[in-house]
Design a protein around this ligand. Structure first.
Ligand SMILES: *[C@@H]1O[C@H](CO)[C@@H](O)[C@H](O)[C@H]1NC(C)=O
Length: 193
């Protein structure tokens, strides 16, 4: 019990140092060469409106968020072909179920929207209603406030999976840079043919 626990915290410490270095270097570069950093970021994803998030980069909240994301990835419990964690989720009606309950219907997320941190389940359900406004062709459920699904699926900030019969058929890479809904389409089309 003692050792794995210490191991996780050692890894967390290592990740903490890496993220601190990344943010500090980013901040210095952004201050010294704002034009070049902007060009670099836009080269990674030309569809991102720089004005929306450029000034938020390498700030203290940015640091905490990136740290949370990378710490969470240390607890990633998923791999393609592996068992899909059957995490609890909540319907918009408030009814509770588990991810596997949706296995027959398929499972897909649509585009993400900028939403404040949820302080309680009501906030989270409210946010999920934004999805319903776009008439998704699938059931929409949210994580519980313990964020188990988010954690075991290493889902932050966004991630796509295709699950079938309790197995992970497809595991997408984390967004925003490596988030590719079209890969899900390809997997589903291949599967359907
Ligand atoms: C779950 O995530 C929300 C943000 O969406 C956060 O406010 C809350 O503290 C998290 N819960 C736990 C148990 O970490």
């Amino acid at each position: 019990m003692g050792l794995p626990w210490a191991g996780l915290w050692l890894k967390r410490l290592w990740v903490f140092l890496q993220v601190a270095l990344h943010v500090a270097m980013g901040k210095v570069l952004l201050t010294l060469f704002p034009g070049r950093v902007k060009k670099n970021i836009l080269a990674q994803n030309p569809n991102f409106a720089y004005d929306m998030w450029g000034s938020t980069l390498f700030s203290i909240p940015y640091f905490w968020f990136i740290l949370k994301v990378h710490w969470q990835r240390l607890e990633d419990k998923t791999e393609e072909g592996g068992l899909a964690p059957n995490c609890p989720v909540v319907h918009l009606s408030g009814q509770r179920s588990n991810i596997w309950d949706f296995m027959q219907d398929g499972w897909a997320f649509k585009n993400n929207v900028a939403i404040r941190n949820h302080r309680n389940l009501q906030d989270r359900l409210q946010a999920a209603r934004l999805l319903l406004d776009r008439s998704p062709q699938c059931p929409v459920v949210v994580d519980t406030m313990q964020n188990v699904s988010s954690q075991l699926y290493a889902a932050l900030p966004e991630r796509l999976y295709v699950l079938q019969e309790g197995k992970i058929l497809y595991k997408g890479k984390p967004g925003p840079w490596n988030y590719h809904p079209e890969e899900v389409r390809a997997v589903l089309e291949k599967f359907n043919s």
